[in-house]
Design a protein around this ligand. Structure first.
Ligand code: BGC
Length: 415
């Protein structure tokens, strides 16, 4: 991999009598990392790039899960002015690549041996048509329960491993005047809980009803049960949850105002940003019944094909984002684990170490699945159909049977 700075590139071209192509050694990066923990992780990326001579122009679009950022990205691309690089989740990378708008990163990927260190499940989304089009920076795990350790200890509770234990803990917390479950009322947050509930019923159900969108599995008793569990969870959420951002829900757990939150490990970034120790001050355990399986979502940086003058800066960014030392530092702040399998777990906290060990175990057992709520289960249009029904059910008194029927119809219509 060549690392030409702006000056070097211009000087070299001029020396060969070629017209100097003004290299822009700056990247404009669109992302949705705006919470405290996410901001700390972005700072790691920005500093790393700047130290390597590549400038950073920030284009942050607030909104967990990235829906608002993806709308803004579509508008920029439609206007013929996409950013140099954009944060993207699984199937979104595929969709932009299908449209022929992403640049090819093979030059860096081959020189740096990405194929050998990135898990197959992640490569599937980072590559399109056999070519690398996006650099994976992490593996997030969305199905965790975060619990306030002091609140739990004061109430004689330990991390729940079954739904019975979860609801028994919720009852105790409620009796003690603590909000049992902190939640934010946004479709992607409700779907983050729902997909974990489906996985807890069985990994086979997750595979069939979500990954394969199989109509029979979608109409099954297991899906109806998943809506029953969601309705029970709703009973332990406070009345002000509508529209609440995920990080505000995490803050409720951090302050001890709420006992638990079901959320991905970006919540761990908030714990770290609050100078608390994950696994000690805020307990991490996987959603009851999902031990042995691993849902994942990876944040990619996809590079738009925005011209030769920006290409070197894009390759620099892709290379920097994939370096083992960067992946370690970045993920220590972000709450996720590296997208490379050759980074040591040593510096990671208890929850990160568990995530790495569980990932290896689940992959070996064929129990690694893409997260639907976070773009790795179904392409965006079908994903939306699931999210619409899950949110409609959670925010009304719709019966589980009606929600199941609505889901079957919505997914079929979206296919
Ligand atoms: C992204 C995370 C992000 C979270 C909340 C997820 O979809 O993968 O990086 O922290 O959304 O915004």
């Amino acid at each position: 991999m060549r690392h030409f700075g702006t000056t070097t590139a211009v000087v070299c071209l001029a020396a060969f009598g070629l017209p100097a192509l003004a290299q822009t050694n700056e990247v404009e990066v669109m992302h949705w990392w705006t919470s405290g923990g996410e901001g700390a992780a972005v700072a790691v990326l920005k500093e790393d790039l700047e130290a390597k001579g590549t400038g950073w122009r920030d284009m942050a679009i607030a909104g967990g899960g990235g829906e608002a950022a993806m709308t803004a990205l579509r508008a920029r691309a439609t206007a013929g002015d996409p950013p140099t690089a954009a944060q993207m989740l699984g199937f979104t990378v595929t969709e932009w690549a299908q449209e022929g708008l992403l640049g090819n990163l093979n030059e860096v990927a081959e020189a740096e041996g990405w194929d050998a260190v990135v898990p197959e499940a992640v490569q599937r989304f980072g590559k399109y048509d056999g070519n690398w089009v996006a650099a994976p920076v992490n593996m997030h795990r969305p199905h965790w329960v975060w619990a306030n350790a002091k609140v739990f200890a004061d109430n004689g509770l330990t991390a729940p491993t079954t739904w019975d234990e979860f609801f028994a803990a919720a009852d105790k917390l409620q009796a003690a005047g603590i909000i049992p479950v902190a939640m934010g009322g946004q479709p992607w947050q409700e779907a983050t809980a729902w997909e974990a509930v489906v996985l807890s019923i069985s990994p086979e159900l997750y595979q069939k009803a979500i990954i394969e969108a199989d109509p029979e599995a979608l109409a099954s008793e297991g899906i109806t049960q998943s809506f029953d569990i969601m309705r029970r969870i709703r009973g332990y959420v406070d009345d002000n949850f509508a529209g609440r951002d995920w990080n505000l829900a995490t803050a409720m757990v951090i302050r001890g105002e709420a006992g638990m939150q079901i959320m991905g490990d970006w919540a761990k970034g908030e714990v770290i940003a609050a100078n608390l120790t994950p696994g000690v001050d805020i307990l991490c355990s996987v959603v009851p019944g999902t031990q042995g399986s691993f849902l994942f979502n990876t944040d990619f940086f996809a590079m738009f094909d925005v011209g030769e003058d920006k290409r070197q800066a894009q390759l620099n960014m892709a290379s920097a984002a994939m370096s083992p030392s960067f992946q370690e530092t970045f993920n220590l702040a972000k709450g996720s684990i590296p997208a490379r399998t050759d980074v040591s777990p040593d510096k990671f906290d208890e929850c990160g170490k568990k995530s790495m060990a569980d990932l290896a175990e689940a992959s070996a057992a064929g129990q690694l699945f893409g997260s639907l709520a976070h773009g790795h289960g179904q392409p965006p249009a079908i994903q939306r159909a699931y999210l619409d029904v899950v949110t409609q059910h959670f925010n009304s008194d719709m019966s589980s049977a009606d929600a199941t029927a609505a889901l079957v119809a919505a997914v079929e219509a979206a296919k």
